[in-house]
Design a protein around this ligand. Structure first.
Ligand code: SF4
Length: 347
């Protein structure tokens, strides 16, 4: 059986087979075959539904210095901001009225938000919105911190692993950061009962086909409930400013592969995809993605949460974003729904 058929039949491959599969990314017959199967699986498991996550970017301070990131601590030109608890809650009020039933609190690793503050914010949101899911995307913490957030009511946690290969990780991160710790965090989050999201950038500097195959192997082993992938986009205040952006087509191909590997996965058509291609999110939904993550952050701060250049949707009010995305989703035959959109093993 060839690798394409084996992935479709068994949902599992070996590293060398992923390498072989990734080398077929230019073969339009294979691309179409995998996209068809990915769409069949997403429809079987989630019908025509597309879930929304209201993204609240509550701080762009970060103690880390990932070389590719526009808000890393070393960027002296980033204009920093933090949202107060009341500002965060105002985003939730707005989002709830617009139909959002998942809120995502995303930020840099900002020590200002102590565990005590986070537990207070999490608890308040969950008390006010018991019918909503709360996702955190706040980086690497201790097991005890993750446990405290879970007990306060957090449901999900996004922590992209970025690359599963040590050598590649070292090209993207300073010496004080550790891939082993990042992987450990992901396993601990799973153990604590979070719905967990891993993921990576496609086409990040130095990335090889072998690295991508390792990323897929890591996902196959971890079995996260969510996977966030988007093309790498350079930021002008980083050492990678002159590097080319990642490939939209390769990202779409990987979305199909990941949907087939993990048929029930919650898979966003990311803002980065929409930044590189005006129809990128629609194309993502057409090859297996089933989630979109519009921005609920205050418009005054949107441009400051600049992980990469030219990020889209930084000027619109949340209601406009919601309307625009609803139309985009409908244009490719799907329906944006007002539901929590939890991961379900079998429906
Ligand atoms: S990628 Fe995340 S952890 Fe790294 S510098 Fe940027 S915000 Fe901080």
């Amino acid at each position: 059986m060839n690798v394409v058929d084996r992935l479709i039949e068994e949902h599992v491959l070996r590293t060398a087979e992923y390498v072989e599969l990734l080398k077929l990314a230019d073969n339009q017959d294979v691309v179409a075959q995998l996209a068809d199967e990915a769409v069949r699986l997403r429809k079987k498991n989630y019908g025509n539904k597309v879930f929304t996550r209201g993204l609240i970017e509550f701080t762009n301070y970060c103690k880390n210095n990932c070389y590719y990131c526009g808000i890393r601590r070393g960027n002296q030109h980033a204009r920093r901001y933090r949202l107060t608890k009341d500002e965060i809650l105002a985003c939730c009020v707005n989002g709830y009225e617009l139909g959002f039933r998942t809120f995502v609190l995303q930020g840099g690793e900002d020590p200002f938000y102590t565990d005590e503050k986070m537990v207070d914010i999490i608890g308040t949101i969950k008390k006010k919105y018991p019918d909503c899911a709360l996702t955190l995307s706040i980086g690497e913490k201790s097991y005890e911190s993750y446990k405290a957030y879970k007990e306060a009511g957090a449901d999900r946690f996004l922590l992209r692993h970025e690359t599963a290969t040590e050598e590649h990780y070292r090209m993207l991160h300073p010496v004080e950061m550790s891939l082993d710790n990042r992987k450990k965090c992901l396993y601990e989050l799973k153990e604590l009962g979070y719905q967990v999201g891993a993921g990576f950038m496609v086409g990040s500097p130095g990335q090889t086909i072998d690295n991508l195959a390792e990323d897929l192997m890591f996902l196959q082993k971890l079995k996260p409930q969510m996977v966030g992938i988007g093309p790498f986009i350079p930021h002008h205040e980083t050492q990678f400013a002159a590097e080319p952006a990642g490939s939209v087509d390769m990202t779409l191909y990987l979305l199909s592969i990941i949907r087939i590997m993990l048929p029930h996965v919650l898979l966003p058509a990311t803002t980065a995809l929409g930044t590189l291609d005006p129809k990128g999110r629609e194309r993502g939904l057409s090859v297996g993605a089933n989630v979109v993550m519009p921005n609920l952050s205050p418009v005054k701060n949107r441009k400051q949460y600049e992980l990469y250049d030219n990020k889209i949707c930084t000027g619109e009010e949340a209601a406009e974003c919601r309307g625009c995305l609803g139309n985009r989703v409908a244009s490719v035959g799907y329906e944006l729904v007002n539901e929590r959109g939890d991961y379900v093993e079998s429906l």
